[in-house]
Design a protein around this ligand. Structure first.
Ligand SMILES: Cc1cc2nc3c(=O)[nH]c(=O)nc-3n(C[C@H](O)[C@H](O)[C@H](O)COP(=O)(O)O)c2cc1C
Length: 386
């Protein structure tokens, strides 16, 4: 596919607007939407505005840096790429393309179980850090094979997603026909035909691609596989499942979905190496608090005992600075890079990361700080609830 012209893009919202034009609605809505009323999805972004900075000027910040470590590995930025299903439907080989951009930026990437590319394809590109996100299959042989493959790929961590076993409804996905096996809604087919460049690149045979990591018996294409998810994955997950993973994975384990102090504490007690404070980008439970709203109390409870990754709602470098000041060690970005990928492939992801990094760097300097470590150490002293 030809990348869109992104020379005048100033922010993530600009990339979003280009993405909206480039990708058929069924896949743009899948990325852009949240569950039910989408109230939590909006709050994830808006709640950052409830915090404001208290800067110190007249400090020499000419040598400031943004590098840090994430789960024990060096990262050029306190940012990692979140696991996102179906990324390969936004750009051909989308997950591998995003991994190349992440590597060029010097940051790690977490790959979703439900990617189009296989984990082997993506790990080969994610040379600045590759993690694998696990949706736990019912078949423990299959689950174990994911862990074994992740190990063989050199995965720095497994992220166990705990908030998605009950499939919340994203209403636009229902209208577009993304939730059913067989052919999508007629208006979706017409919309795909109205994007010939995309269609030739993604569905040249007329059949949708498959989720690359899942075995053939799970379905012939992603529509069949999506409809079949209830048979593939555990619908009920408990701490016993986390223990099973802990016993079968000797590398770093990340608890993705800590929204209460209690869950964060137990995750640490059960041997997790990091918690992701996230509500799945407002795509699962609606009406749940925003991630940034619960971050300070989770940081107060388990910060220092574990690594804290803030996820959901990041669209600005200032928001990253706020998250770090409120106790996160790093952040994950989802839609922010997906819009870039849909707009312009690798260059779009690179731009999304650069826009966030540049804004973070200016914010850090304006706070009179020279490093991420300093920002983390000053913490609440440089940010106030409005
Ligand atoms: C299109 C899309 C697909 C997602 N797929 C997954 C997934 O397969 N596994 C997972 O753990 N989280 C998934 N998530 C959640 C992301 O990992 C992350 O929590 C979310 O994107 C953060 O919110 P943000 O998009 O506002 O940054 C998905 C999110 C989006 C937007």
């Amino acid at each position: 596919m030809r990348p869109a012209n992104i020379s005048r893009v100033a922010n993530i919202e600009d990339l979003r607007q280009i993405a909206r034009r480039r990708v058929p609605k069924i896949f743009f809505d899948y990325v852009d939407g949240g569950s039910y009323s989408e109230a939590t999805m909006r709050a994830n972004v808006d709640d950052f505005d409830k915090w404001g900075f208290a800067p110190r000027f007249l400090v020499d910040v000419s040598k400031r840096t943004l590098d840090t470590t994430i789960l024990g590995q060096k990262s050029a930025l306190p940012i990692m790429i979140a696991p996102n299903g179906l990324t390969g439907m936004l750009w051909p080989k989308g997950e591998a393309v995003a991994a190349r951009a992440a590597h060029a930026a010097g940051i790690p990437l977490t790959l979703s179980t439900v990617s189009i590319c296989t984990m082997e394809e993506v790990a080969a590109e994610a040379k600045s850090g590759f993690h694998f996100q696990l949706y736990l299959p019912k078949d423990k042989g299959l689950a174990k094979s994911f862990l074994d493959r992740a190990k063989a790929c050199g995965a720095g961590a497994i992220h166990f997603t705990v908030d998605a076993n009950l499939p919340a409804l994203r209403e636009k996905d229902l209208y577009n026909g993304l939730r059913f096996a067989g052919t999508p809604a007629l208006r979706t087919m017409l919309d795909i035909l109205a994007h010939p460049q995309w269609a030739l690149a993604h569905v040249p045979t007329g059949r949708m691609p498959r989720f690359g990591n899942l075995p053939p018996e799970t379905g012939r294409d992603l529509l069949e596989q999506t409809a079949n998810m209830g048979n593939i994955n555990e619908l009920v997950i408990t701490w016993d499942h986390l223990r099973w993973i802990r016993q079968n994975w000797d590398g770093k384990l990340v608890f993705k979905g800590a929204m209460t102090v209690e869950d964060a504490r137990q995750a640490v007690d059960e041997g997790c190496d990091a918690v992701v404070v996230t509500n799945h980008g407002g795509r699962q439970m609606d009406g749940i608090l925003s991630s940034v709203a619960v971050l300070p109390r989770i940081a107060a409870a388990v910060g220092g005992r574990t690594e804290i990754i803030l996820d959901s709602g990041i669209r600005r470098g200032t928001q990253i600075a706020k998250a770090l000041a409120l106790g996160a060690d790093s952040v994950m970005i989802g839609r922010a890079y997906l819009y870039g990928l849909a707009a312009a492939g690798e260059a779009g992801v690179a731009l999304a990361i650069r826009l966030l990094a540049d804004e973070l760097s200016i914010t850090l300097g304006s706070l009179g700080l020279n490093s991420i470590a300093e920002l983390r150490a000053k913490g609440p002293g440089i940010i106030e609830r409005i």
